[in-house]
Design a protein around this ligand. Structure first.
Ligand code: NCD
Length: 305
């Protein structure tokens, strides 16, 4: 039985097959409309989310399956002190597959080790968010036709942003990737990541101003400052509006640069940018459903001819 804890749990070839499947689903959704009939997905969310949880639910419903679950720890037995390991043993009797989000790093991994059903990490603290990364990679592949040889800027909260950490790890498996890390000094990418880039000889530059690298970028990945992971409100208030992408800054970018964002957006992208054809963050949401459909089918080993 397979789980998904980290985007690297799939080889590059397996990811290609997953993305081929997601693109086939996008092209012929009706072919897959009954693929999960009689199957259930449990969404166990110990941390707030709208997008990811609803994206999983929408994916399972599109496949003809059913969904159950909880959307905050307060309404689950965790409030009574139940461990994640016990919860998943119980959920294993109710559902065929589980997507779990947890504020503690590693919690979905503990669950997977005790589970009788596949567990998908839907975000663990500031650590990883593999299904967002699958979404990001599918979006890039679908809109650009490849996943290699890109100059990509990641901008915003690179310290606490788990989507950023997962995406960097996933992208470095493709040749010719060059990074610009755009953040205030306080929110730099963690050393464990830059150390691993140095070790592997992967090109990266750290800059503070978006304007300093904008003309070079083929992809720009914007992120929100992760308020809930700050130790004090003062630091958050000081840093929250550090970057605001607007039409003036977009004018410095290439004509075919794509802007991605895992959402939710707070202030970091001005609403005026939404009408720019290079802004693809709402298309990204749709790709997120297709890739989760492909993931559910893959982990449940369901083949649709
Ligand atoms: C992200 C997350 O939860 O890490 N959201 C998401 O799942 N699309 C990004 C964020 O919360 O900023």
């Amino acid at each position: 039985m397979r789980h998904l804890m980290n985007p690297l749990d799939f080889t590059v070839e397996e990811l290609d097959r997953l993305f081929d499947l997601a693109e086939d689903i996008a092209a012929s959704p009706s072919k897959y409309a009954h693929a999960c009939e009689g199957r259930k997905l449990a969404t166990c969310f110990y941390e707030p989310s709208t997008r990811t949880r609803l994206s999983f639910e929408s994916a399972m419903l599109n496949l003809g399956g059913q969904v159950l679950g909880f959307s905050d720890a307060g309404s689950s037995s965790a409030a009574k002190g139940e461990s994640v390991a016990d919860t998943i043993r119980v959920i294993s009797c109710y559902a065929d597959i589980c997507a779990m989000r947890h504020p503690k790093e590693g919690a979905p991994m503990v669950a997977a080790s005790r589970s009788r059903i596949p567990v998908i990490n839907a975000g663990d603290g500031g650590h990883q968010h593999p299904t967002q990364t699958l979404t990001d990679l599918l979006t890039i592949r679908a809109l650009k036709g490849r996943l290699d040889h890109f100059t990509i800027g990641l901008c915003g909260d690179l310290k606490f942003g788990r989507t950023v950490h997962s995406l960097i790890e996933a992208l470095i498996r493709y040749p010719g990737i060059r990074f610009f890390f755009i953040s205030p000094p306080e929110l730099r990418v963690p050393d464990y990541i830059t150390d691993s880039l140095k070790e592997k000889g992967i090109a990266y530059e750290e800059v503070i101003r978006l304007e300093d690298c904008m003309p070079e970028l083929e992809l720009l990945y914007m992120t929100r400052v992760q308020r809930e992971r700050f130790f004090n409100e003062e630091d958050y208030v000081r840093l929250k509006d550090f970057y605001i992408l607007n039409n003036e800054k977009m004018a410095l970018a290439k004509d075919d640069m794509l802007v991605l964002h895992p959402l939710p957006r707070v202030n970091e992208i001005a609403v005026e940018v939404d009408d720019d054809p290079r802004a693809v963050y709402f298309k990204q949401v749709q790709y997120g459903v297709y890739v989760r459909m492909a993931l559910i089918l893959t982990l449940l080993e369901i083949k649709v001819e």
